[in-house]
Design a protein around this ligand. Structure first.
Ligand SMILES: Nc1ncnc2c1ncn2[C@@H]1O[C@H](COP(=O)(O)OP(=O)(O)OP(=O)(O)O)[C@@H](O)[C@H]1O
Length: 978
C-alpha cells in the first residue's frame, strides 16, 4: 500500500516536473527568437498553444534561419501590412501559402542537420501533447547551432551540441534499454538493490529517474545526446558509457549537494531511531539511494565525532576536576596565607610589644583630584608600602617602607579604629597609651583623630570612638565610677569647648588646616576587683601638619604658626632620633610637645603613631620625609609597657604616710595661725580649695581617691590650662594643647620649676619640706596637665597645703616678659599674702603626734605593722616614710636652731625631676635628721639627682641652650628651690 502511494506520488511529481521543464524550454526558445526577430507578440512564458500559433505561418522561423544562415530560405511569404492597411479588400495569405514557409524552413533545417519537426506539428487541429516540444527542440537546436557558429567566428564547422528534449520517444526508448544495462545497475548503490533486483515497475521508476536526471543535466549543461551517441552507447562503446556515467555521476553529485540539508534532517531523524536499524526502502528514489553512502559516511563521521566529543568531554571533566582541586588547593593556601599573614602580624606586633617599639600605622588619604598622578605604588597586606618617585618612574624610583599596618585611601574610620581599639582598651588595664597623628599638612591627621568637620557619626575619628569605647568598657566594668562626666557626649562637649580655641584656617594646601597640636588626655584611675589601684592615661594627639611655607603660602601670624609647628615637629624628630639611637640624653625639654609626650615616648607606655601621607605627585618630597620619619619612629624601643598598678598593700602604706604627714603638719599648724586653712573634707573640697588659691590664669587639676578620668586639651594662646570638669574624686579633665610653642618665642619649652620659698615670717623648714612631699604625692596624677601648660608669667603659680607659705612657680626657661622677673621679686614680698586655706585634720590617732619622740614612735609603729610580705615597692615607701619623718624631725630641729629665714637659690626642675632618684639634699637632710648634725653650707642638687647647683652659680640665661634646663636668673639668689 505504502509502495503504491509512493509510486503515485512519484508519478505526479515527475509529470509536474516535465511540464515545468517544457515550459522552461519554451521560454528559452521564445527569448532567443525575440533576440533575433524582435517581439513575437506573445507572453514571456507562453503556453504551448500560444507558442505554436505564433510560429504557424512559418514566417518567424524563416526569418530566424535566414539570420543564422542567410539565404537558407530563398523565398519567404510575408504579410504586407501596408497593403493591408490601404486596401480593405486585402486578403491575407492562405494556409497553403504559409505551408510554403514552413516547408522551406524544415528543408533548411534538414540541410543544417538540425533536428526538425513535422509540418503538421504546427497545425491548429493537430496540437497534441508533446508536438510543441519537437518544435521547441528544433528552435533550441538552431540556437545551439547559432551560438556555436558565433564561437567559431562563423566558419560553420564548429562542434555544436544538439539539444533535444529528453522526452522524445526514441530517446526514451533507448534509455529504457540502457536502464537494464550494467552501468545503470552500477549506479544503484543501495544495498537493497544489491540484494533485490528491481522489479519491472521499479525499473521503470528508476528509468524515469535517470531520464529526468539526464534531462536536467542536459538542460543545465546544454549537453546533447543524439541518436548516434545513444547508438554507440547501445553498442557498449566504452567512450559513450564513460561519457554517460560521467554525466550521471556529475548530475548525481549536484543533486546530492542540493539534497544535503534534506539528507541531514533525514539523518538526524534516522539517528533518533535505533542507531543499528538500517534506513532501507525498496522504493527509495535513486538520489536517496545514492545519498545513502554519504549518510553512512556522515554517520561514521558523526559517530567518530561523537566519540571524540565524548572523549573531549571526559577529558574536560578531568581537567575541570583537576582545575577544581587546584583552585581548592590555592584557595586553601590563600586562606592559610591570610591566616599566617594575620598570625605573623600578631606575632610581629607581639615582638614589637615585647621590644616596646612604637607601633606605626600609615594612612593614605584619597586623592583630591582624580587626574593627579599617584605616588603610591602598592600597599601590602603585611604592612609594606611601595611608593614611586615621579621623577624616576622606573625601578630606581621605588622605595619600600614597612609599618605595622597600612590603611589605603578606601579605609574607613571604623577600619582604622578596629586596629587601634586594642591599644585604647589597654588604658583600662592600666597602661599608658599615646596615639599621635603625624604628617604633612592636609594629609588627613585631623580626619583620623577627629573626623571630618560636619561629618556623620560613622565618620567620627579615633578621639570620639576611643571615648565611646572607654565609657562602654567603664559601664561594663562596674568597679569604674563616673561622676562628673557620664557620657561621651559630655566629653565631646568638653572637647568642643577646647576646640573653640583651636585655630583652624585655610591655606593653599588645606582649607581647614589646624594651626596647632591638639591633645586629648584621658586619665583613668580605678580599682580592680582585688583592690589594686590602676592609674593610666590615654593621650590622643592630633599634631599640626608639617608644611612648606612656600607651598602653603602663609604669611603673618599663619607664617609664625607654621614656623612654630615645624619647630616643635623638628623637636619631636630630635627626640625620636635620640631614642632610636639610644642616646643617654633625650631632649624632651626642647618643646612642650615632646615634654608632654615624654611619658609616652620614653616611658613604659604603648605608643602608636599614624603616619599620614598624601598620594599626590607634588607631595612626593613630604611623603618621603614623613615615611622616613615614621620608619625611624618604628625603630624606637620603649621597653615593654608597664602596668601602672599599685597593690592594696602599697596603697595602705601610702595612706599611712599621708596620715602621718597630715598629723605632723597639724602639729606645726598652731605656729602659723594666720595661714591656717581648712583641710578639704573630700577630694572635691580639696580641689575647690586649690582653685580658690590658684591665680585665675592657672587652673590646676587635681585628682584623688577613686576612679578618675581627665581629658586634657592644651590650649593654644593665651597659654593656659583649662579645667573642664572636676568633681568629688572622680574627674575627667579635657584640655586641648594649642600652640605648642609660645609665640613670644622661648627657645626652649617652659620648664616646670617648682619654687619653694621659705616664709620670711619665720616658717620653719620642716613644714616646707613636708608640703613639698605631700604635694608630690597628691598631684602626681595631674602633673601632665601642668607640665605642658604655658606659664608665661610668674603670676601663674599654685600653692600647697597646710599653712605653709610655699609657692609653686611655673615659668619658662627665660623670662619673656618683665612681669616674670618682677613677679618673682614681688613673690618674695607677697607670698605671705597668699591665702592658703586652713587644713582641718581628721581626728585620727596620728594627729596626736606632737613631739619628735611621738613621730619616731609612729614611724616605728608603721614599720612594725608593715607585713613581712611587703614587696619592693612597699620597702621603697617605707624608705620614703623614714625620709619624710626624718625631714620633719630635721625641720623641727632646724627651726629651733635657726630663727631666721634662709633664702636659697632656686633649683630648676623639669618634669624629669619628678621621676629622679632620691635627691641629694633630701639625703643630706635625712643625714642631718639622723645625726643631728646640721650641714651649714650644703650644696643643693637638682631634683634630677644631677649636678649640684651651687648657690653662687649663676643660672644660665642662654635662651638658645636647649638642655640642660635653664634657670631664670632672677631666681638665682633670692629663692630656695626644691
Ligand atoms: N581618609 C580620608 N578620607 C576622606 N577624606 C579625607 C581623608 N583624610 C583626609 N581627608 C580630607 O582631606 C582634607 C585634609 O584633611 P585634614 O584636615 O584631616 O588634614 P591634616 O593633616 O589634619 O591637615 P593640617 O595639618 O593642615 O591640619 C580634609 O578635607 C579631609 O576631610
Amino acid at each position: 500500500m505504502e509502495s503504491v502511494t509512493r509510486t503515485g506520488f512519484h508519478d505526479l511529481n515527475l509529470a509536474s516536473r516535465k511540464a515545468e521543464e517544457a515550459a522552461l524550454r519554451r521560454y528559452v526558445a521564445v527569448a532567443w527568437l525575440e533576440t533575433l526577430v524582435g517581439p513575437l507578440g506573445i507572453s514571456g512564458q507562453p503556453s504551448e498553444k500560444e507558442f505554436i500559433s505564433c510560429l504557424r505561418n512559418g514566417l518567424i522561423l524563416c526569418n530566424v534561419i535566414n539570420k543564422i544562415h542567410p539565404g537558407a530560405v530563398a523565398k519567404v511569404v510575408e504579410i504586407n501590412s501596408h497593403a493591408q492597411s490601404l486596401n480593405r479588400e486585402f486578403q491575407p495569405p492562405r494556409a497553403y501559402q504559409y505551408f510554403e514557409n514552413v516547408r522551406n524552413f524544415l528543408v533548411a533545417v534538414e540541410e543544417l542537420k538540425l533536428p526538425a519537426f513535422e509540418a503538421c506539428d504546427l497545425e491548429r487541429d493537430n496540437l497534441e501533447a508533446g508536438s510543441a516540444s519537437k518544435v521547441v527542440d528544433c528552435i533550441l537546436a538552431l540556437k545551439s547551432y547559432h551560438e556555436c557558429k558565433q564561437i567559431n567566428c562563423g566558419n560553420g564547422n564548429g562542434y555544436y551540441k544538439l539539444t533535444r528534449s529528453p522526452m522524445v520517444m526514441h530517446s526514451s526508448t533507448k534509455i529504457h534499454s540502457l536502464a537494464s544495462s550494467e552501468s545503470c545497475r552500477r549506479l544503484d548503490m543501495s544495498a537493497a538493490c544489491d540484494k533485490q533486483p528491481p522489479s519491472d515497475g521499479e525499473n521503470h521508476k528508476l528509468e524515469d529517474t535517470i531520464v529526468k536526471l539526464l534531462a536536467d543535466y542536459m538542460v543545465d549543461t546544454k549537453e546533447n545526446i543524439d541518436d548516434s551517441f545513444l547508438g554507440s552507447f547501445h553498442n557498449r562503446n566504452p567512450d559513450s558509457v564513460k561519457v554517460l556515467s560521467k554525466m550521471i555521476s556529475s548530475c548525481l553529485e549536484e543533486k546530492l549537494q542540493n539534497k544535503i540539508p534534506e539528507l541531514k534532517s533525514m539523518f538526524k531523524d534516522s539517528l533518533k531511531e535505533s542507531t543499528g536499524s538500517a534506513v532501507h526502502s525498496t522504493s527509495m528514489p535513486l538520489e536517496d539511494i545514492s545519498s545513502f553512502g554519504k549518510i553512512q559516511d556522515l554517520k561514521d563521521l558523526l559517530s567518530t565525532t561523537k566519540r571524540e566529543f565524548e572523549d573531549l568531554q571526559s577529558q574536560l571533566q578531568k581537567d575541570l576536576k583537576n582545575i577544581g582541586s587546584q583552585v581548592e588547593g590555592m584557595s586553601t593556601a590563600a586562606v592559610q596565607y591570610h591566616k599566617v599573614a594575620e598570625e605573623n602580624r600578631k606575632l610581629y606586633n607581639m615582638v614589637q610589644d615585647l621590644k616596646g617599639n612604637i607601633r606605626v600605622f600609615c594612612r593614605i588619604r584619597p586623592a583630591f583630584c582624580a587626574g593627579t598622578r599617584n605616588v603610591i605604588d602598592s600597599i601590602g597586606e603585611d604592612g609594606s608600602l611601595v611608593i614611586s618617585d615621579p621623577l624616576k618612574p622606573k625601578k630606581d624610583g621605588r622605595k619600600v617602607f614597612q609599618f605595622n599596618r597600612i590603611f589605603g585611601p578606601s579605609a574607613t574610620q571604623d577600619d582604622v579604629f578596629n586596629d587601634t581599639q586594642p591599644l585604647i582598651r589597654s588604658v583600662m588595664d592600666g597602661y599608658n597609651v599615646c596615639i599621635f597623628a603625624y604628617g604633612q599638612t592636609g594629609s588627613g591627621k585631623t580626619y583620623t583623630m577627629s573626623g571630618p568637620s560636619g561629618g556623620s557619626t560613622k565618620d567620627l575619628g579615633i578621639n570620639y570612638q576611643a571615648l565611646s569605647d572607654l565609657f562602654e568598657i567603664a559601664n561594663q566594668r562596674r568597679d569604674a565610677t563616673l561622676l562628673t562626666v557620664n557620657s561621651t557626649s559630655d566629653v565631646l562637649n568638653l572637647m568642643k569647648y577646647g576646640e573653640v580655641n583651636r585655630v583652624v584656617c585655610s591655606t593653599a594646601i588645606n582649607n581647614r588646616s589646624s594651626r596647632s597640636h591638639s591633645i586629648l588626655t584621658v586619665h583613668v584611675h580605678g580599682k580592680d576587683p582585688s583592690g589594686n589601684m590602676l592609674r593610666s592615661c590615654l593621650h590622643l594627639v592630633d599634631l599640626a601638619g608639617s608644611e612648606r611655607v612656600d607651598k602653603s603660602e602663609v604669611t603673618g601670624d599663619r607664617l609664625k604658626e607654621a614656623q612654630h609647628i615645624n619647630k616643635s615637629l623638628s623637636c619631636l624628630g630630635d627626640v625620636i632620633t635620640a631614642l632610636a639611637q639610644k642616646n643617654s640624653h633625650i631632649p624632651y625639654r626642647n618643646s612642650k610637645l615632646t615634654l608632654l609626650l615624654q611619658d609616652s615616648l620614653g616611658g613604659h607606655a604603648k605608643t602608636l603613631m599614624f603616619a599620614h601621607v598624601s598620594p599626590e605627585e607634588d607631595s612626593f618630597g613630604e611623603t618621603i620625609s614623613t615615611l622616613k620619619f615614621a620608619q625611624r619612629v618604628s625603630t624606637v624601643e620603649l621597653g615593654a609597657a608597664r602596668l601602672n598598678k599599685e597593690c592594696s598593700e602599697v596603697m595602705r602604706l601610702k595612706e599611712q604616710i599621708e596620715n602621718l604627714k597630715k598629723a605632723l603638719a597639724n602639729k606645726e599648724a598652731p605656729s602659723t595661725p594666720s595661714y591656717k586653712i581648712k583641710e578639704p573634707k573630700s577630694p572635691f573640697d580639696k580641689q575647690r580649695a586649690t582653685i580658690e588659691r590658684t591665680p585665675p590664669r592657672t587652673r590646676r587639676l587635681s585628682i584623688e581617691n577613686g576612679s578618675t578620668m581627665k581629658s586634657e586639651k592644651a590650649m593654644r594662646t593665651p597659654p593656659r590650662t583649662r579645667r573642664l570638669s572636676i568633681e568629688n574624686g572622680s574627674t575627667i579633665k579635657s584640655e586641648k594643647a594649642m600652640n605648642v610653642e609660645d609665640r613670644r618665642g622661648p627657645k626652649t619649652p617652659s620648664t616646670l620649676t617648682r619654687v619653694r620659698r621659705l616664709s620670711s615670717e619665720g616658717k620653719d623648714n620642716s613644714q616646707i619640706k613636708l608640703s613639698a612631699d605631700v604635694s608630690k604625692s597628691l598631684h602626681a596624677s595631674t602633673v601632665s596637665a601642668q607640665k605642658y601648660s604655658q606659664f608665661q608669667d610668674a603670676e601663674q603659680f599654685g600653692n600647697l597645703s597646710n599653712g605653709s607659705s610655699m609657692t609653686d612657680i611655673y615659668h619658662s626657661k627665660a623670662p619673656r616678659s618683665p612681669t616674670s622677673s618682677s613677679f618673682q621679686k614681688q613673690a618674695l614680698k607677697t607670698d605671705c599674702r597668699t591665702k592658703i586655706p586652713r587644713l582641718q585634720l581628721p581626728n585620727t590617732p596620728e594627729t596626736k603626734v606632737n613631739t619628735r619622740n611621738d613621730i619616731q614612735n609612729v614611724m616605728q609603729s608603721v614599720i612594725s605593722t608593715e607585713p613581712r610580705t611587703a614587696n619592693g615597692k612597699a620597702s621603697q615607701i617605707r624608705k620614703s616614710l623614714r625620709t619624710t619623718i626624718g625631714k620633719l624631725i630635721s625641720g623641727s630641729e632646724k627651726r629651733n636652731l635657726q630663727n631666721t629665714l634662709e633664702v636659697k637659690p632656686p633649683v630648676t626642675r623639669d618634669i624629669n625631676d619628678l621621676k629622679s632618684p632620691v635627691m641629694a639634699h633630701a639625703k643630706a637632710a635625712r643625714r642631718e635628721s639622723l645625726t643631728g648634725v646640721q650641714t651649714s653650707d650644703r650644696s643643693r642638687r637638682s631634683s634630677l639627682g644631677g649636678k649640684p647647683i651651687e648657690s653662687s652659680t649663676p643660672m644660665s640665661n642662654n635662651r638658645n641652650a636647649k638642655t640642660p634646663p635653664p634657670v631664670h636668673p632672677s631666681t638665682k639668689t633670692t629663692k630656695r628651690w626644691l
